[in-house]
Design a binder for this molecule. Sequence first.
Ligand SMILES: [Zn+2]
Length: 250
Amino acid sequence: MKSIIDTHTHLDEILDVPSLLASCASLGVGELIVAGTDLKSNQRHCDIRKQHVLASPRIHLALGLHPGNIVALADTEDCLCFIREHIHEAIAVGEMGLDYHYKWVKEDEDKKCAQKDVFARQLAMAKEFDRPAIIHSRGAYRDALTMAKASGVKKANFHWYTGPIDVLKDILDAGFFVCVSPSLEYSPEARAVAEFTPFDRILVETDTPVRGWKPMDVWRTLKLLSALKGVAEEELLVVVNRNAQAFFSL
Ligand SMILES: [Zn+2]
C-alpha cells in the first residue's frame, strides 16, 4: 500500500487515539510526527508513543513549547526541563516559535520578549542536540527567521507558512524548509507559498486537529499540492516522503 508521512500533528488533542491510529494504518498514513505544545502535551505524546505497540503508523516525537502557551514562568521552566530530559526520545524540537497575531501580543513588547526568550532557548536545544526545529511563525515571520538563522540550527521547518514571499525567499536561501497543509484548498497565501517553493524544500502536514482535520487529510494536502504544481500525485508522494525522511532523519 502507498504510504505517506504527516509531518505535523497534535495527537494529544484527540479523544480516541487508538481508533484514529487504526484509521491511519488502514488509510496509508504510515508515519506521524507529533508536535508538543506545552508540558502536558509533551507528556501525553510520550505516553501515546509508549502505549502504541503496533507497527503502523510509526510515531515520532517532537517536543516543544508553543508561543501561545507561554503564560506562567514556572510552567515554562518545567516544560523546557522536560524537553531537555526527554530529548533522546525526540527526533525534533517544536512546536516552538513566535506568534504576534494576537492583539495583546502585537501591542505588548514584554510579551514579545517572553516569546523570543523561550524560542531562543528551544533553538539552542535544537542546536545542542542536533535536532531539526519545527517553527510556528504566525505574524512574526521575519523575526522568527532572523532568530532561527542566528541560532545556528542546521535544519528548520516553517510549518504552515503563509507569510510574505520575500521572507520565504530568505527562508529558502538559508536552506530551511516550509510545510503546507490542507489550507491549500482555500488560502491564497498558502497557495502562493506552495507555488514559490521548490520541490526539494516542501513538506506536507495536517496540523490535526485544526479545522477538524485528521492525519489522513495529509492525502488531501498531497492532492492539492499535486494540482498546484502540475505533478502526478505518485511522483510527488515520493518527493515529499523523501524530504520528510531526510529532514527528520527518519
Ligand atoms: Zn501545530
